[in-house]
Design a protein around this ligand. Structure first.
Ligand code: ADP
Ligand code: MG
Length: 250
């Protein structure tokens, strides 16, 4: 990594708004969000249901376009990209863990993980090797040849996380990635995300659990589409207090 890479945020949101619908049914999901996530940084996003957390993540990952403002990934403004250009950024730079996993039912765990790499030109053999390494990192190597319907929710969730981490993507976005996991497995997944950031990636994770947010360097609290509070992570008591003050905890 060069000095410029270290200084430049992996993700930058500038005055980002997102309005759904028109007229009386308008919903302001995000109202002018400014946020930068730097290499090595792990940011947790907390906030009550409907506060705009998932919207923030989909915009950051280029899965949706803002109504106003700019989203930059590795310095590239997503609004200026064509559909294919945007798809390439999503495959190469962004790992996305969906709240409902979004695995392809007709593909095995290893095939689900390998697919975006193969679409990007990696050979089938290499992509499979990478997929097996990612499954091993998440402690589920034995699930490689199982189809989604043959796995529990928690197992599918870990496959979805492996898919987001493969290929050394610089930006990992995860929407409640520990929702279906027991607490020991959840902590193990957070340790994997933490290690990925310590190795230079940037991550943003939505969570309802203050005890999971302690893994982050920084916690951002959303309410009604705005960032209303921010805290440096790793202090469980402060996070508990802030999440209850901001209506964010369970
Ligand atoms: P969170 O993830 O914090 O629960 P969301 O980002 O999903 O919140 O939603 C923020 C607001 O935007 C909510 O009021 C939600 O109903 C609304 N919203 C989200 N997606 C859509 C959509 N596709 N159409 C209309 N309203 C939406
Ligand atoms: Mg959500």
């Amino acid at each position: 990594m060069s000095q410029t890479d270290l200084a430049r945020p992996v993700l930058q949101l500038r005055n980002v708004t997102r309005v759904h619908g028109h007229g009386p049914s308008e919903v302001h999901a995000l109202r002018g969000v400014d946020l930068a996530v730097h290499p090595g940084e792990f940011v947790a996003v907390m906030g009550p249901s409907g506060s705009g957390k998932s919207t923030l993540l989909t915009l950051a990952g280029g899965l949706d376009r803002p109504s106003g403002g700019e989203v930059l990934v590795e310095g590239v403004e997503l609004g200026g990209l064509s559909r294919t250009g945007l798809a390439a950024v999503r495959r190469r730079s962004v790992g996305y863990v969906f709240q409902d996993y979004n695995l392809i039912p007709a593909l095995t765990a290893a095939e689900n993980i390998a697919l975006p790499r193969e679409l990007d030109g990696t050979s089938g053999r290499t992509a499979r090797r990478e997929a097996l390494a990612a499954l091993t990192e998440l402690g589920i190597a034995e699930l490689a040849d199982r189809f989604p319907e043959e796995m529990s929710g928690g197992q599918q969730q870990r496959v979805a996380i492996a898919r987001a981490l493969v290929g050394d993507r610089r930006l990992v976005l995860a929407d409640e990635p520990t929702g279906a996991l027991d607490s020991a497995t959840g902590e193990a997944v957070l340790a994997v995300l933490r290690a990925r950031c310590d190795a230079g990636a940037a991550a943003m994770m939505v969570t309802h659990e203050p005890r999971h947010a302690v893994w982050a360097d920084r916690v951002v609290f959303l309410r009604d589409g705005r960032i209303v509070d921010e805290s440096i992570g790793r202090d469980a008591e402060t996070l508990l207090l802030l999440s209850s003050r901001n209506g964010a905890g369970r």
